[in-house]
Design a protein around this ligand. Structure first.
Ligand SMILES: CC(C)(COP(=O)(O)OP(=O)(O)OC[C@H]1O[C@@H](n2cnc3c(N)ncnc32)[C@H](O)[C@@H]1OP(=O)(O)O)[C@@H](O)C(=O)NCCC(=O)NCCS
Length: 145
């Protein structure tokens, strides 16, 4: 699998892959919103391609203090072959190059099986934190696109 920086021309492929992999796409995943993430994080938003087909995606981001990983996905037909680890290793290398001290990610409790995957890669579950969210404009955020 060849790792590349995401370009917006891959948006439709990536959306299909997210859906196929069971990622819940929300109002923050429209082409305009994804473009916004890309423009802010051109070096952290990665795809993995096999024979020109997008098979893996990792949307990395940096808020100026912490790094984040959103919507990691590998095509279900290609899972458990090391591609998830490969794209995460590439993304971590990008975070390292940018001297980012710590990186967070969020896992839906209904998807807790994936914790083991991240544990294998050296990530720790935070028992000391409670995540809270706030929606500043209820017209903008929707749980479905
Ligand atoms: C999570 C995901 C990206 C892993 O991708 P993958 O290509 O299957 O993972 P890899 O093959 O690189 O796995 C690396 C290691 O983790 C293990 N692993 C992978 N998925 C696992 C799972 N769900 N539970 C436990 N271990 C897992 C593999 O067995 C492998 O271990 P090994 O090195 O000892 O053989 C993929 O399962 C996926 O796209 N899931 C659906 C979307 C999702 O849940 N994304 C995460 C959102 S937080």
């Amino acid at each position: 699998m060849k790792i590349e920086k995401f370009k917006i021309e891959y948006y439709d492929d990536v959306l299909k892959l997210w859906r196929k992999a069971g990622i819940e796409v929300v109002s923050s995943d429209t082409i305009d919103e994804v473009t916004r993430v890309l423009n802010r994080n051109p070096d952290l938003f990665l795809i993995g391609k096999i024979k020109e087909r997008v098979m893996a995606i990792a949307m990395g981001a940096f808020d100026g203090r912490r790094g984040y990983v959103h919507h990691l996905a590998v095509d279900p037909d290609y899972q458990k072959r090391g591609f998830g680890k490969t794209i995460m290793d590439a993304l971590i290398e990008q975070f390292r190059k940018m001297n980012i001290h710590k990186v967070h990610l969020f896992i839906e409790k209904s998807n807790r099986n994936v914790v083991e995957f991240y544990n294998n890669l050296g990530w720790d579950v935070r028992e000391d934190l409670i995540m809270m969210s706030y929606v500043p404009d209820k017209k903008l955020y929707k749980r479905h696109m």
